[in-house]
Design a protein around this ligand. Structure first.
Ligand code: NAD
Ligand code: UFG
Length: 338
């Protein structure tokens, strides 16, 4: 298949591009490089031993996006491009709505003009209403607690409405849980700018000595050890999930929301302990107050992905911790090392 990958230079996009190339698909990447480095693309080429075309564009720019579609006949679009910092979105809602919702509308319009009718969208577990029963399945009530979350909710709704209006479209809304890990080569991985908000990049940077201590946000949650529980999923499993979704959209019409998680919840202390054990490194930590907005536990019921896509997560927490550290220790400054 020939696939346009928006946001393909980013964390999840780069791993998915690599897997698509390894599986023999052709890709074209469109990314503004707002939150990514060209080095990631170079390394995807190096690992896959294949070449592909890259357009450094903001996909809200309709004329530039039209040019990409004029130059290629796509079977499908995988739409990763978006801003993803939950905390930042609270202070900058307009920036988030403009980028995440605006880009999705422009993309759908250009797809429509060019008769491209298949799209796989990066949604998030954050669309589930806080407080819904765990494990959460796709029928659970939706509702968000940040502008970022609402952008995902709105894009999902826009895509559902597009399918209602154009029933020959095929849309898959992939709701990711907590992606961590990296390609086992240690050549591509997560490279956040500034001080990371998410747990794993903070853990790896603390192990490197870049931070004195990890703050564990709360140990009085209703979980097995009091620390927050999440469904961590290896980014390579997510990449496989996208390849499976690509097969699915080629053979189905309509719109499906599908969880991509493991179904297993691990606590912050489980992560720290496993990370230390697998990698033989220390992660000093301190217990701090709860982070506003956090909930006790979030983990998926992953059955629908198995049923519809024939996909399930295979990698273990040991794999996730080992591969995260392999990437970070080989690239202490991320892609800046060149
Ligand atoms: P990322 O920031 O590493 O990748 C996103 C990419 O999109 C970046 O390379 C960025 O430069 C690009 N981009 C952003 N806006 C753009 C625009 N208007 N035009 C062109 N390119 C643009 O993020 P990621 O972790 O790889 O996430 C990919 C997608 O998955 C995002 O939509 C994110 O919201 C979603 N998601 C991520 C997580 C997570 O924890 N990482 C969880 C759930 C959902
Ligand atoms: N945590 C710490 N210390 C840190 C960072 C995080 O203790 O320095 C804890 C959090 O309190 C939480 C867990 O680690 O219990 C995971 O936190 P993350 O920030 O890594 O992830 P979240 O579950 O808060 O959010 C992530 C993404 C969202 C996405 C959501 C989907 O950041 O974009 O998963 O479930 F929407």
């Amino acid at each position: 298949m020939k696939v346009l990958v928006t946001g393909g230079a980013g964390y999840i996009g780069s791993h998915t591009c690599l897997e698509l190339l390894r599986q023999g698909h052709d890709i074209v990447v469109a990314d503004s490089l707002y939150n990514a480095k060209p080095e990631a693309l170079k390394r995807i080429r190096e690992l896959s031993k294949r070449d592909f075309q890259f357009y450094e564009i903001d996909i809200r720019n309709e004329a530039e996006l039209e040019r990409v579609f004029a130059e290629h006949a796509f079977d499908c679009v995988i739409h990763f491009a978006g801003l993803k910092a939950v905390g930042e979105s609270v202070g900058l809602p307009l920036k988030y709505y403009d980028n995440n919702v605006g880009s999705t509308i422009t993309l759908c319009r250009v797809m429509k003009n060019n008769k491209v009718k298949r799209i796989i969208f990066s949604s998030s577990a954050t669309v589930y209403r806080p407080g819904v029963l765990m494990p959460v399945d796709e029928t659970a009530e939706l509702g968000c607690s940040s502008p970022y979350g609402w952008t995902k909710f709105m894009c999902e709704q826009i895509l559902r409405d597009v399918v209602t209006a154009y029933p020959d479209w095929s849309v898959v809304l992939l709701r990711y849980f907590n992606p961590i890990g990296a390609d086992p080569s240690g050549r591509i991985g997560e490279d956040p700018t500034g001080i990371p908000n998410n747990l794993l990049p903070f853990v790896t940077q603390t192990a490197l000595g870049r931070h004195d201590k990890l703050q564990i946000f709360g140990n009085d949650y209703a979980t097995h050890d009091g620390t927050g529980v999440r469904d961590y999923i290896h980014v390579a499993d997510l990449a496989d999930g996208h390849v499976a979704a690509l097969q699915f959209v080629m053979n189905h019409k309509g719109c499906e929301a599908i969880n991509l998680g493991t179904g297993i919840g691990y606590s912050v202390l489980d992560i720290v302990n496993t990370f230390e054990e697998v990698n033989k490194v220390k992660v000093p930590y301190v217990i701090s107050p709860r982070r506003p907005g956090d909930v006790d536990a979030v983990y998926a019921k992953p059955d629908k992905a198995k049923k519809l896509l024939g996909w399930e997560a295979k990698r273990t927490l040991d794999d996730m911790c080992r591969d995260s550290w392999h990437w970070q220790s080989n690239n202490p400054q991320g892609y800046q090392e060149g």
